[in-house]
Design a protein around this ligand. Structure first.
Ligand code: CAO
Length: 447
């Protein structure tokens, strides 16, 4: 004979009221003894409440978001025949599921009426598994979701929770795994030194549509990949940006004079090609800028080659193709190659290898505008030069006092971001002022 059992919230220790955050069964489900029925959560712990017996769920008496306390009814369970009690059943109100640690003997309640004539099975105590949120940066998920993630090999720390208070749901884990299966981006290698764990407040969950019309625009694959890398670099490298400016009046005149030859061959002799040349001169002078930290963070790997990455703005996002052995190329060759790689980038034809092996990067926004910015280092490089728009300005030249005068000069703003673990502020100031001097008199790059 089968019997109906009222399953209630057992002794939940010190917690007076807890939230129902997950309902793991529905009417008609067959459950095994000790199978989890619901998940409840206090501000300190998450617990699953197991079934006291095997049987079929007849009726749910809780819904998501309900607050429950010890004794609250969870559901009615039709216990299987072999689960039916052999001995005399206790009263309905005595039904209790097992407790977390020291199970209390179920006490008869005079005030709680028995809804049905229920023959009761008294299950053997089964300990809960309260999951204390021992560290604040542990992902917020119930034990069953954790188990599910473990089975799929999903790292919960990387899953964004869409549930209340950022809680990770089973659907979030499924979506995360699906995302990996479809995109399969290479996992980022561990940072060279140390491991970074941040204890940050949860990201604000805002329903923007509540405030006005919105439109959803999916991020491009490039933007997602570069966004993840930029974020990693920004939070794991102590950036400092050194600002300076170079007088490029003479260089610009020279570039214009020399430009006709390249125009005939179908490419522009751009300022950027000269910038690359000048940077290599400065990198030779200050080799720690053409370097990387080794994996252990104990040594600086100085590179004896000069592969310069150039940030290219494309409709799909930022990419950084690398001009290899730029030190062995002339300004015309560099200008031609720049035109080629930026076209390849915009036509989405760059191969992964075209973006690898860089030793130093340049990000030029000069063609667009602005006076300064703070570029993000392209790890594992240790420095990146930002170039803003050159402008004519009155500059005091010719020495102090009456000997000097204001002259109109074309001034180029430079913004050098560097990894402060590797490069000191004084070295960065020397590097940028040396670079400015080379740009002011490009003949220095021949020396
Ligand atoms: N100051 C003033 N004018 C400049 C300049 C500067 N620093 N740099 C370039 N210009 C001028 C050029 O002379 C050119 O003028 P003309 O059309 O009159 O000849 C114009 O601006 C356009 O230059 P360009 O962009 O075609 O060429 P470039 O060599 O300067 O740059 C490239 C090439 C690929 C770097 C650029 O097109 C680009 O994509 N820049 C954006 C990079 C970026 O997004 N960086 C941000 C990274 S951080 O998010």
């Amino acid at each position: 004979m089968s019997s109906i059992t009222e399953v209630k919230v057992p002794d939940i220790g010190d917690f007076k009221e807890v939230d129902v955050i997950e309902i793991l069964v529905k009417p008609g489900d067959s459950v095994a003894k000790e199978a989890s029925l619901i998940t409840v959560e206090s501000d300190k712990a998450t617990m699953e409440i197991p079934s006291p017996a095997a049987g079929v769920v007849k009726e749910l008496r809780v819904k998501l978001g309900d607050k429950v306390a010890e004794g609250s009814m969870i559901l009615l369970l039709e216990a299987s025949e072999d689960e039916a009690p052999a001995a005399q059943p206790p009263k309905a109100a005595e039904i209790s599921v097992p407790t977390a640690s020291a199970p209390k003997p179920a006490a008869a309640s005079a005030t709680e009426p028995a809804v049905l004539p229920i023959p009761i099975s008294r299950p053997a105590p089964v300990p809960f598994e309260p999951v204390a949120e021992v560290c604040a940066f542990r992902p917020h998920a119930s034990p069953s979701v954790r188990k599910f993630a473990r089975e799929l090999g999903a790292d919960l720390a990387k899953v964004r929770g869409s549930g209340p208070k950022g809680r990770i749901t089973q659907e979030d884990v499924q979506a995360f795994v699906k995302g990996i299966m479809t995109q399969a981006p290479a996992p980022a290698p561990a940072p060279p030194a140390g491991c970074f764990v941040f204890n940050l407040p949860e990201w604000p969950q805002v329903d923007f549509a509540k405030f006005g019309p919105v439109e959803l625009k999916p991020l491009s694959r490039i933007r997602k990949l570069s966004g993840a890398n930029l974020h990693r670099n920004w939070i794991s490298i102590p950036h400092v940006t050194q600002f300076d400016e170079a007088d490029i009046t003479g260089l610009e005149a020279f570039r214009k004079e020399s430009g006709a030859a390249s125009e005939k061959q179908g490419f522009k002799l751009t300022l950027l090609a000269f910038m690359i040349k000048a940077c290599i001169t400065a990198l030779r002078q200050y080799p720690e800028f053409n370097a990387s930290l080794d994996r252990g963070g104990e040594n600086l790997v100085l590179k004896r080659y000069f592969h310069i990455g150039v940030a290219v703005d494309t409709p799909d996002g930022l990419v950084v193709p690398v001009l290899r052995d730029a030190d062995r190329k002339g300004v015309y060759d560099l200008a031609r190659e720049l035109a080629e790689v930026s076209k390849l980038a915009r036509d989405r034809k760059l191969k992964p290898g075209d973006m690898q092996g860089g030793t130093f990067s340049i990000s030029s926004l000069g063609g667009i505008g602005g006076t300064a910015f703070t570029p993000i280092i392209n790890a594992p490089e240790v420095a990146i030069l930002g170039v803003s728009r050159a402008a004519m300005r009155p500059v005091w030249v010719g020495g102090k006092g009456e000997a000097g005068q204001f002259m109109p000069r074309l001034m180029l703003p430079l913004s050098l971001s560097y990894d402060h673990r590797v490069i000191d502020g004084a070295a960065a100031a020397r590097f940028t002022s040396y670079l400015a001097s080379v740009l002011s008199d490009i003949r220095r790059s021949l020396l």
